[in-house]
Design a protein around this ligand. Structure first.
Ligand code: FES
Ligand SMILES: [Fe+2]
Length: 384
């Protein structure tokens, strides 16, 4: 983030503090409960959001060496990311062109991908280079049987894949957020750990968790609330994406406000929603990246939490420090937010109400659901 952006945000947040206010949306927003429970809505989201949007899959640094690869399956399309010998990053459908087996699992470094079924082999550029028992396939045009490429973009140290293979203009997609992402220098960051959760909630409810500070004082009374101020945030939209800043109590307590503004990061938490399914939580010295995916049913989600840190930990003490940060994040989000969400999801099935209401003091939440409706083509006129 640019220093002048931080100082403008600091002024805005001091104003909210002084006046007992917070960022407000234009109007309340009523969302039909069906957005979280309907099979049709889920199918539409999978088709539009998880095939036709660029999805953040990894940081470039996870695929630094040539031959490094990783697989990612939760969007519905099995994705294989590979760094070629020339340094170019490829994304392929992780599907053998013989009879469809997965050619790789997990992550690591390879010189080629040998299919575990009959041994067809692909090089790092996806070309089919070996067919055991080739006389059985005489005349098969090898060059037409390379791994199927998907659209991939590597920029700002981040990697996006669009599963339907349509080329991506990432800066157009980011709608002005690119320079801010660039300022983090993510290409130098180190992937510490990824943990996977499977809460029994709709995937959007997992995103919702991060999009308002209204619940901090009550739900997180004993965990997060002693550190952060509830119901106070700054909110800025970038196309369908969003930046929300919440503040620590230390920000309000700072005697010298110019110092607090200069030391903005120490006193705040910066949450970026990268539409449609990723949330960056930037705290003073690390970034949590939360990626949410729909499950088989509307009430099931897969959530990956990845912790990225400025440099690879060199000592046990450093490793323990980052492991404790992972645990802290899981303690609040999994044991408090997601458990509560599972109760909400069961309550939805009761038919007690046909809509939920997002308040004007929950602008990021409203922006997310408006952006979803726009992307899905299900916009409604009513908003309050
Ligand atoms: S399915 Fe891959 S070699 Fe047969
Ligand atoms: Fe929470």
């Amino acid at each position: 983030m640019r220093p002048d952006t931080r100082s403008e945000l600091a002024q805005r947040l001091f104003h909210y503090l002084d006046t007992g206010t917070t960022a407000m949306a234009d109007a309340m927003f009523r969302n039909p409960v069906a957005a979280y429970t309907s099979e049709e809505r889920l199918a539409l989201e999978k088709r539009v959001l998880f095939r036709q949007c660029p999805l953040l899959v990894a940081f470039s640094s996870q695929l630094a060496a040539s031959g490094s690869y990783l697989t990612d399956d939760d969007a519905g399309t099995p994705i294989l990311l590979v760094r070629s010998a020339s340094g170019r990053l490829h994304a392929f459908a992780n599907v053998c062109r013989h009879r469809g087996a997965r050619v790789a699992d997990g992550c690591g470094i390879k010189r080629a991908f040998g299919c575990p079924y009959h041994g067809w082999t692909y090089d790092l550029d996806g070309a089919l280079v070996d067919i055991p028992g080739e006389e059985g396939f005489a005349g098969l045009p090898r060059h037409e049987h390379g791994l199927r490429p998907l659209a991939v973009v590597e920029k700002y140290g981040l990697v996006w894949v669009r599963p339907d293979a349509t080329p991506v203009d990432i800066d157009a997609h980011l709608a002005g957020l690119g320079p801010e992402l660039e300022s983090f220098g993510f290409e130098r960051w180190h992937h510490f750990e990824t943990r996977t959760l499977r809460p029994r909630i709709n995937w959007k409810m997992a995103v919702d968790t991060f999009l308002e500070a209204y619940h901090l004082a009550v739900l997180h009374a004993r965990s997060v609330s002693p550190i952060f101020i509830g119901n106070l945030c700054a909110s800025d939209a970038f196309g369908p994406h969003h930046r929300m800043i919440a503040v620590r109590r230390s920000f309000a307590d700072a005697r010298d406000r110019r110092d607090a503004a200069r030391d903005f990061l120490r006193h705040t938490i910066e949450l970026y929603t990268l539409f449609p399914n990723t949330v960056f939580v930037h705290q003073a010295d690390h970034v949590e990246v939360w990626r949410m995916f729909p499950g088989e049913r509307p009430d099931a989600a897969t959530v990956h939490l990845s912790l990225y840190v400025p440099e690879a930990p060199a000592t046990d003490k450093a490793r323990q420090h980052w492991a404790a940060n992972v645990q802290l994040a899981l303690d609040a989000v999994d044991t408090e937010d997601f458990r509560l969400g599972e109760g909400i999801q069961r309550g939805f099935a009761s038919g007690a109400q046909d809509h939920v209401t997002y308040g004007r003091n929950e602008p990021a939440l409203i922006h997310f659901h408006r952006s979803l409706e726009r992307a899905l083509g299900v916009e409604r006129r009513e908003s309050a």
